[in-house]
Design a protein around this ligand. Structure first.
Ligand SMILES: [Zn+2]
Length: 440
């Protein structure tokens, strides 16, 4: 144990319930492309997630969590480092990994004596190059990084994980990246037709492939003849993928319990972004900062912490500082997020804002309102998330105070992450709007 960790130990012991074991291990479950609103615990009417819902009842459930981007890169980078997306843009050769100089959770925990293991089904979050991430760059800090399950379903990730589920002398950091809800939506046969009905005429719809819609929207190809029934079928298949993952999630929890890891592990359940089904004219992800793309589930099971729901807004960037706080590790890294421990234990924290970045889009939200600005077109919209969770009505002209507050905060955030160049783009965009008479 490092000297620093030794010195912090008494404080960590004091701050936990007397009868609860001190958090020792971290099991980090990241489900790629999982919308919060498709889980029962976040209000979905369908029975997609009985096992996640049961887990949520025993955990701290954040009902107002957002990811920092709607794409795996740079959302996953932000999650694993607590740094905003801008820190990962513009790397040499368009690299997508975590650049040297920005410490990741795996590196920090390894320095503190953890056994660090990743099993990733993602073609982006990789140790070695792939077609989707030619520069790799996510392996630093991991002693083992299993890549055999790329594009494979949750049973593969669970199987790989099983080999590492042992309590050892050293604490364990296990990062499991599942890909099931990501398109194409192809649930295993036993899960087909749990929700989807009939047999669509179009082969690409039967295959759960949303790409012909994307090719029409973004690549100038003709409309593939999309009907409302086709779109419904694709959504049904997406839900079936979630139901399949949910069953495998129960198996993972049983394996954790069987290995004695569950009682003294912090278990994180998170997602890197959601998925769009034409709610705002877009398909898949990596396009917008609407909640269909960035409102994500966040559940933390922490030994000694009571189950509860936290309604204040939080960000995926807050996960790393929270974990380190509970583990009693002080890291020197300049995190952009904050520890959620005050919210978890006392609900006594000022509202923090949630920020997002996707291509030329930037957003800021206080959980009630969300401002989205396009730095290229100049378009800006304000949504009242309480009255209009689907983000269909722009209330910018009516809610001037909310606009001014979020606008100021967003400009400051852009300045922190992107410097003067970013701010200039934001100002030019606002000028454009003003000249059009949209902002007085
Ligand atoms: Zn992703």
């Amino acid at each position: 144990m490092s000297r620093k960790a030794f010195l912090l130990l008494p404080f960590a012991l004091l701050s936990c319930h007397r009868d609860a074991p001190r958090p020792r291990n971290v099991i980090f479950i990241l489900v790629d492309t999982l919308r919060a609103d498709r889980l029962g615990t976040y209000g979905y009417r369908r029975d997609t997630s009985p096992n996640v819902d049961a887990f949520a009842r025993e955990a701290v459930r954040f009902e107002n969590a957002r990811s920092q981007s709607s794409c795996t890169f740079p959302s996953a980078n932000s999650i694993l480092t607590s740094r905003g997306p801008a820190a990962f843009l513009g790397q040499p050769d368009q690299a997508m990994g975590i650049p040297p100089g920005i410490p990741s959770l795996a590196e920090i925990l390894r320095r503190h004596g953890f056994r660090t293991v990743a099993v990733s089904a993602s073609a982006v979050v990789r140790k070695t190059p792939s077609r989707f991430n030619p520069s790799a760059g996510f392996g630093r800090g991991f002693e083992e990084f299993a890549e055999d399950c790329v594009w494979k379903s949750a049973d593969c990730v669970n199987r790989e994980a099983a080999a590492h589920l042992k309590r050892g002398k050293r604490p364990l950091f296990l990062y499991l990246h599942y890909i099931d809800p990501h398109g194409p939506y192809r649930p295993p046969p036993a899960w087909r037709h749990k929700f989807a009905r009939g047999r669509p005429e179009k082969e690409w719809v039967r295959r759960g492939d949303p790409n012909p819609i994307g090719n029409w929207l973004y690549k100038g190809q003709p409309n593939p003849g999309l009907t409302p029934a086709d779109l419904r079928y694709l959504k049904d298949l997406y839900d079936e993928e979630i139901a399949y993952f949910d069953a495998r999630f129960a198996e993972l929890l049983a394996a954790l319990r069987g290995s004695g890891l569950l009682d003294d592990s912090i278990v994180v359940f998170a997602a890197d972004h959601g998925e769009e089904f034409l709610e705002h004219g877009h398909i898949k992800h990596c396009r917008t900062l609407f909640d269909s793309s960035i409102r994500v589930p966040l559940l933390l099971k922490i030994p000694g912490a009571d189950a509860r729901t936290v309604s204040r807004p939080v960000q995926n960037l807050d996960i790393v500082p929270t974990l380190l706080d509970y583990l009693g590790i002080q890291a020197a890294a300049p995190f952009e997020g904050r520890s959620l421990r005050p919210l978890i234990e006392r609900d006594a924290s000022a509202n923090e804002l949630q920020y997002g970045l996707q291509d030329s889009l930037r957003s800021a939200s206080d959980g009630r309102f969300k401002l989205i600005q396009d730095l290229v077109s100049g378009a800006v919209s304000l949504f009242d998330l309480a009255a209009d969770p689907g983000e269909t009505k722009d209330v910018l002209r009516r809610e001037r105070r909310a606009y001014a507050r979020l606008r100021g905060a967003l400009t400051a955030w852009i300045a922190r992450g992107e410097g003067e160049g970013g701010v200039r783009k934001a100002q030019e965009a606002e000028e454009k709007l003003r000249s059009l008479g949209y902002i007085e």
